[in-house]
Design a protein around this ligand. Structure first.
Ligand SMILES: Cc1cc2nc3c(=O)[nH]c(=O)nc-3n(C[C@H](O)[C@H](O)[C@H](O)COP(=O)(O)O)c2cc1C
Length: 393
């Protein structure tokens, strides 16, 4: 039987599923409950110096839904409003009650060496397992010169990482923002400053839109709004891309996240280079209980594929990702039409002709492919409402 137990930088995880730094980890009471329910660990809602002023707004969320399910969340929430002492006491309490659970302290401070040191020195007194430097919150904090304002510059990211490394007694992960042209530039800078690992991704900066009736923003704070952080299923491809790029450029451990809704997403994050994964939005939508399906699904999958542990699955997909230049230009797939399923709606014919190729047409009421013209792009298979088109070699 395979095991979900894994070890990252000497930290023992009973399973690779962590709650990401967010509302589900904003209080000791709720983390306690999550641990009882089987989560492997928690990254605390970002802790800041007690004198950092932060005032929240209402409302803080907007969503995009598909078939009734939230697939994208925009938030404009800030960080933890609890004191450092609350977290110092809370970490001690949680570790005593749940010694096998991993606790990572997410931290953020102004660009001031003493302030970062004070935060870390206070938390060093606790049995916390690691630190996660939040260089990536995209709203509110950048206006104060922190959060994503740090994580979008190599100089400040590496400077603060080295300040923290000077005093931290536990491993230091840097949580990176996807809101940069090249995430590996920031990653390289913090690795050179001795970061021990990466966490990626934080939310993707976005704007949910305008209500055309009122002509006010969808996320409406008394008639106005601001750019916020997008999360949930819709950002998963961005998270996958960032994690894979990090793995292609570094051997440091990665805590992968962004849009994980089920064990299949988690398994892909691991195959793309993650050592463990974090989840926020899906927990905010469906609660801590999703941990049961995550654990059993991943375990069954590992057993069916003959993976004994997380390390055997980790990185396995990385050699399959290359440059466009190196892709096999002689490979060709063509659409195979399932005549039983096809209802002759003509959507594929229209789309193929309007998107350049004109390879599909109706001949005597039957859908017909001109393979001489077809370039095998696969668009027809994606737009068919009846899934009647498969691409074959
Ligand atoms: C409401 C909300 C609050 C968040 N607060 C924090 C935070 O305090 N610190 C942090 O590092 N990330 C924060 N995040 C980002 C998440 O930890 C995570 O990186 C992001 O949501 C992507 O994962 P997901 O798609 O599973 O939600 C927050 C996300 C949401 C939705």
């Amino acid at each position: 039987m395979p095991t979900l137990k894994t070890s990252v930088l000497g930290i023992e995880f009973e399973n690779p599923f962590l709650l990401a730094s967010a509302p589900p980890t904003a209080s000791i009471e709720s983390i306690d409950k999550a641990f009882e329910m089987g989560w492997g660990g928690a990254v605390l809602k970002t802790i800041t110096p007690d004198d950092l002023e932060m005032t929240e707004v209402s409302p803080r969320y907007a969503t995009i839904k598909a078939k009734g399910k939230v697939i994208c969340l925009q938030n404009i929430e800030l960080l933890s409003h609890k004191t450092i002492q609350y977290w110092v006491d809370g970490i001690k309490y949680l570790k005593k009650k749940h010694p096998t659970k991993v606790i990572i302290a997410s931290i953020m401070s102004p660009v001031d060496r003493m302030a970062w040191h004070e935060l870390v020195l206070r938390l060093n007194e606790t049995p916390v397992d690691a630190y996660e430097l939040n260089f990536s919150c995209p709203h509110g904090m950048p206006e104060k010169g922190i959060g994503m304002a740090i994580g979008t510059t190599t100089e400040i990211s590496s400077l603060i990482t080295s300040w923290v490394k000077d005093v931290a007694t536990k491993p230091v992960f840097v949580k990176l923002t996807p809101n940069v042209t090249d995430i590996t530039r920031i990653a390289k800078a913090v690795e050179q400053a001795n970061a021990d690992g990466f966490a990626a991704i934080n939310t993707v900066q976005g704007f949910m839109g305008i209500n055309l009736e009122t002509l006010e923003p969808v996320l409406n704070v008394d008639g106005q709004s601001t750019y916020g952080g997008l999360s949930g299923e819709a950002v998963k491809p961005i998270g996958f891309r960032c994690v894979a790029q990090l793995r292609q450029n570094s051997n440091l451990p990665i805590l992968g996240m962004g849009g994980i809704t089920n064990w299949q997403d988690a398994a892909q994050y691991i195959a793309l280079g993650s050592d463990a994964v974090q989840i926020c939005t899906e927990v905010m939508i469906n609660g801590y209980e999703i941990i049961n399906g995550l654990k059993s699904g991943l375990l069954n999958y590992m057993e069916s594929k003959g993976f004994n542990n997380i390390s055997e699955l980790k990185n396995i997909a990385i050699p399959k990702i290359t440059s466009h230049e190196k892709l096999n230009k002689k490979h060709y797939v063509y659409p195979l039409i399932d005549k039983e399923k096809c209802v002759s709606c003509g959507k594929c014919v229209k789309i193929c002709s309007e998107s350049e190729y004109h390879a599909l047409n109706f001949e005597k009421g039957c859908l017909n492919l001109n393979q001489e013209i077809c370039v095998g792009c696969s668009l027809c298979s994606h737009v068919c409402p009846k899934e009647a088109i498969k691409m074959c070699c």
